[in-house]
Design a protein around this ligand. Structure first.
Ligand code: S3P
Length: 165
């Protein structure tokens, strides 16, 4: 219990913010994507390519369970993690969920050219971002708090989160 869980779309700053927040609060930090890569011994993009998204989601579910069992840590969850009902329930029961948000334009700017996100490695990433955001919005809105990160520095997002807790 008492974990702080950062959720939200790719490119909203969950990892950098989470790391900095954990340091400030003197807590352990768990980045779920890193845990998946460690378990599978390959980068996420290779897991998607070689084993498929469905397999990735199964490993993600295991890693969510493991993280949710910890206490007083900061967790950064991949952008698709809370779409799954069981993942949402496990994370919700383990602490406070904070959703980082950003406009499609900001997300595109922050993710363009990076080959690390298989879902955005498509012909028209802007269209894909808009489609996924629309589909995921109701799930992201289930978070306890939301922060729009479009015009905020990492430091001010961290301070904002600390003021919410
Ligand atoms: C995904 C987001 C990624 C990673 C995977 C799938 C998603 O994490 O888990 O590529 O479905 O939105 P980040 O949000 O940390 O980029």
């Amino acid at each position: 219990m008492n974990n702080i869980i950062l959720v939200g779309f790719m490119g909203t700053g969950k990892s950098v913010v989470g790391k900095k927040l954990a340091t400030k609060l003197n807590r352990d930090f768990m980045e779920l994507d890193d845990m998946i890569e460690l378990r599978e011994k390959m980068p996420i993009k290779d897991i998607f390519e070689k084993k498929g998204e469905l397999y990735f989601r199964l490993v993600e579910k295991e890693v969510v369970k493991e993280a949710a069992r910890r206490k007083d840590i900061v967790i950064s969850a991949g952008g698709g993690a809370i779409i799954d009902v069981e993942n949402f329930k496990n994370l919700k029961n383990s602490g406070t969920i904070i959703c980082l948000k950003a406009s499609p334009e900001t997300i595109l700017k922050r993710t363009i050219g990076l080959k690390t996100r298989p879902l955005l490695n498509v012909q028209d990433p802007k269209k894909k971002i808009e489609e996924l955001l629309k589909k995921r919005e109701p799930y992201y809105n289930k978070a306890d708090f939301s922060i729009n990160t479009d015009n905020l520095s990492i430091g001010s997002i961290v301070l904002k989160i600390m003021s919410l807790l």
